[in-house]
Design a binder for this molecule. Structure first.
Ligand SMILES: [Zn+2]
Length: 144
């Protein structure tokens, strides 16, 4: 989570909401990193999780990220939760809950939907205070 928060830091000073993600393999090695770049790239799909998953898949050389864990500072949205299922990630660890768009328990629960063929283990609320504070700082800064 420290590493995911460090990724989120990379968005500081930009127009992008500071959300960071990393993918860790079964040996504990970081194989993918990403931070939200939606504004920077003008890409609606450039969420931290998607970028970290793409980075990890490039590293591994295939789309299946079996045995890997995705760590992200904020509860994933519907798109990212879907990507986590599609990537066959074993585990998802997230920080703060997103009551407005969260798809891992808040509004939907995509990753634990029994109709899907893969359900990663979920660990939620890890360093939620730190992750949440970063987002609050960002929005307070943009309100003025
Ligand atoms: Zn997302």
């Amino acid at each position: 989570m420290e590493l995911a928060l460090a990724e989120a830091e990379k968005a500081r000073g930009t127009a992008d909401v500071p959300i960071g993600a990393v993918v860790v393999d079964a040996d504990g090695q970081v194989i993918g990193r990403g931070h939200n770049e939606r504004e920077a790239t003008g890409d609606p799909t450039a969420h931290a999780e998607v970028l970290a998953i793409r980075d990890a898949a490039r590293q591994v050389g295939e789309w299946r990220l079996t045995g890997c864990t995705l760590v992200v500072t904020l509860e994933p949205c519907t798109m990212c939760a879907g990507a986590i299922v599609l990537a066959r990630l074993d585990r998802l660890v997230f920080g703060a809950y997103d009551e407005k768009a969260g798809a891992v328990g808040s509004l939907w629960d995509i990753v634990r939907d029994r109709r899907l063929n893969h359900r990663p283990e979920v660990v939620s609320g890890v360093m939620a205070d730190e992750a949440g504070a970063r987002l609050r700082d960002f929005f307070i800064g943009h309100r003025s």
